[in-house]
Design a protein around this ligand. Structure first.
Ligand SMILES: [Zn+2]
Length: 57
């Protein structure tokens, strides 16, 4: 059980979010995602706003 908790500390890198240009995994920041390979930056809203936005269409 303790081992599983340690893995959660790597939450900064969320699998599945990839760079739109080169497909590399992007680093997550407070308000944006950046690609360490090509430098592509994608701005995102805060997590709470993102979830609320999904309910609106
Ligand atoms: Zn990239």
């Amino acid at each position: 059980m303790a081992d599983k908790k340690e893995k959660k500390t790597f939450k900064a890198y969320e699998p599945g979010k990839q760079c739109a240009k080169c497909g590399a995994r992007m680093a997550r920041h407070s308000d944006r995602l950046t690609c360490g390979r090509c430098g592509y930056t994608e701005f995102v809203k805060s997590e709470s706003q993102q979830q609320q936005g999904k309910q609106k269409k």
